[in-house]
Write a protein that binds this ligand. Structure first.
Ligand code: HEC
Ligand code: HEC
Length: 219
């Protein structure tokens, strides 16, 4: 036992120093990201582009999303926490540096337009559901100022994508659909699919900083 007590910590230290640089040591470079984005524009650089498998919906707007969330989402595909097949394949091909660069690039390309203050809580049904789910307590003012950099901006995202994302947090038993995030898993468990649709339509209709940036030309 004594031996184990002494060797285990040193083994852990040895392991830790043998691991590649941790994500937080890697600095993203937006310009490098803009070149690596060639891999992404075929889907994320086309306004209104729809994915057809495993369901048909518009691919999410990425420009203006925070770097912390971009990185968290890409890691979730890479680890299989998010099951979407083509994003899993793509994310698995990215290095930590690629992820950091792409995240920096997308954060730097939002509209940057200051949001108008929210005049009212929107349609009553949606407002009730938003209050019940305390959405603003994490996604922030106008669902566009997340309290944690690893949380997403929601306002102005495509409604059909938001609905698929919300449904995915509820899906546990499919091979190609599902998101195992425990926080949002807890949130969506309080709602029916019809209620999630109301929330997705409402949040997608709000003004936000997210946009689809189309490259001037394809190289
Ligand atoms: C073949 C089309 C395709 C390509 C190419 C592609 N994506 Fe995606 N991406 C999608 C689809 C579809 C989704 C939605 C997946 C889901 O429902 O979880 C998505 C989702 C994402 C998300 C999650 C967004 C959010 O709001 O949670 C990120 C981040 C992302 N993609 C980044 C990238 C990056 C970076 C690249 C290039 C390295 C890339 N994608 C290339 C189709 C694509
Ligand atoms: C306790 C904090 C918290 C609360 C409350 C919360 N969220 Fe989230 N939300 C998160 C986190 C964290 C993520 C990122 C999960 C992931 O990485 O997949 C997220 C992700 C999402 C996404 C996916 C966005 C994308 O681009 O794919 C949607 C949509 C969403 N939340 C909507 C809502 C709605 C609607 C409510 C209220 C009914 C709500 N959230 C309440 C923390 C929260």
């Amino acid at each position: 036992m004594k031996q184990l007590f002494f060797t285990l910590p040193s083994l852990l230290i040895a392991l830790a120093s043998a691991l590649p640089a941790q994500a937080q040591d890697i600095k993203g470079n937006a310009q490098a990201g803009s070149h690596k984005n060639a891999l992404c524009v075929g889907c994320h650089g086309i306004k209104g582009f729809h994915t057809a498998f495993p369901a048909t919906y518009q691919v999410p707007k990425l420009s203006g999303q925070g770097a912390g969330y971009m990185s968290a989402a890409l890691h979730a595909y890479k680890s299989g926490e998010r099951k979407h097949p083509s994003m899993r394949t793509l994310a698995s091909s990215l290095s930590e540096q690629d992820i950091a660069d792409l995240a920096a690039y997308y954060e730097s390309t939002g509209t940057g337009v200051a949001l108008p203050p929210r005049a009212d809580a929107g349609p009553t049904r949606a407002a009730e559901l938003v209050a019940k789910g305390a959405c603003a307590s994490c996604h922030g003012e106008n669902f566009s100022k997340p309290i944690n950099p690893a949380y997403p901006r929601i306002s102005g995202q495509h409604s059909d994508y938001l609905y698929e994302a919300l449904k995915a947090y509820k899906t546990k038993d499919k091979s190609f659909v599902g998101r195992a995030n425990p926080i949002m898993g807890g949130v969506v468990s309080q709602f029916s699919l019809a209620e999630l649709k109301v929330l997705a339509d409402y949040m997608g209709s709000l003004p936000g900083e997210l946009q689809t940036l189309q490259p001037v030309r394809f190289k």
